[in-house]
Design a protein around this ligand. Structure first.
Ligand SMILES: [Zn+2]
Length: 320
């Protein structure tokens, strides 16, 4: 008995010490999640903001870099944004032109590489690559059939259609990236895999990690292709507001789905953040704050930094 009491006290002390340590660790990660610089790799330009607005919201939210996708529609003068943001902006081509093609000619024109509209798009993307005005192409919205709330905006085309093959070739030739919005239907995945294998050096970013995909589906694809990445915009409660979209949330402002947290820890080099602010829905501030309180604090310190900015820094060659 005399020997048992000190032993029990020792065990109790060790338990308390471990609990206090875990508490300290949680607190440190919560603090880091609020302060860490962020690379927003799904940052659109749109008509409802000026370059000054964008710079102010990036600074206010400690977002050091942004871009990776283009303006959501034609009519935005990208040059004015680049002048102000400089190397903090990662310009991408083809998005507004492809939007115009879809609006005018539907999915038929989107896949027609011989159309005058695509020939013009191809020429302008090539020139922009040559003049170093873009670093890649995207967001190519190729399959959002079930993941977009507005029916006229929904479409599905083969990912390896001749037009997108041509854009991959341009990206490959110029050391550029491709960012694609697609859902994880079997035929879309087959088309993507054909392009990934053919262009193994092109970093391919899946917008919203395939929008409706489960962690399991994302894991299977990421494990097969080393040049494939996921960005996590529009997967939180900030933008997935409509009830039928709740099932695709990865996190809200407090909690994150455990299957996704496990995947991020398992493949920590393959994920990035994004906002996907289009001027509709939640504010930029609330989108970023939901990531800082609902996703990042639940990651290990190493993974947290990789997802917040280190992966984007490596893949997009961001200036320090
Ligand atoms: Zn987008």
């Amino acid at each position: 008995m005399r020997r048992f009491v000190p032993h029990a006290l020792l065990v109790l002390w060790a338990v308390f010490a471990a609990m206090a340590h875990a508490q300290d660790d949680r607190e440190a990660r919560r603090k880091l999640a609020l302060e860490v610089p962020i690379a927003d790799m799904h940052m659109h330009l749109h008509m409802m903001m000026t370059p000054d607005d964008l710079l102010a919201r990036m600074d206010r939210n400690n977002v050091h870099w942004g871009g990776g996708v283009g303006p959501i529609a034609p009519g935005v003068s990208v040059d004015r944004f680049i002048q102000l943001l400089g190397k903090r902006y990662v310009p991408a081509g083809a998005q507004p032109e492809l939007m115009a093609i879809y609006t005018r000619g539907g999915t038929t024109e989107m896949v027609d590489a011989q159309s005058a509209s695509f020939q013009a798009l191809q020429a302008s993307v090539q020139q922009a690559f040559e003049e170093k005005k873009i670093q890649g192409v995207g967001e190519l919205i190729l399959n959002n059939r079930y993941s977009h709330p507005s029916p006229p905006f929904r479409r599905k085309v083969p990912i390896d259609a001749p037009t997108f093959k041509a854009l991959f070739e341009l990206a490959d030739k110029h050391g550029g990236f491709v960012q694609i919005h697609m859902e994880d239907d079997g035929d879309s995945i087959d088309g993507l895999e054909a392009l990934l294998k053919q262009h193994a050096k092109v970093p391919v970013v899946l917008s919203h990690c395939m929008a409706r995909a489960s962690a399991r589906s994302a894991r299977a694809l990421l494990r097969k292709h080393a040049n494939l990445y996921c960005e996590l915009s529009a997967r939180s409660s900030a933008l997935l507001v409509a009830p039928f979209l709740h099932q695709y949330r990865i996190h809200d402002a407090e909690r994150a789905d455990s299957s996704w947290l496990a995947l991020l820890e398992e493949l920590p080099d393959r994920f990035m953040l994004g906002s996907d602010d289009t001027g509709f829905g939640a504010s930029y501030d609330s989108i970023i704050s939901t990531v800082r309180t609902g996703l990042l604090p639940h990651l290990s310190e190493t993974t947290l930094k990789k997802v917040a900015y280190e992966n984007a820094q490596r893949v997009f060659k961001l200036a320090p």
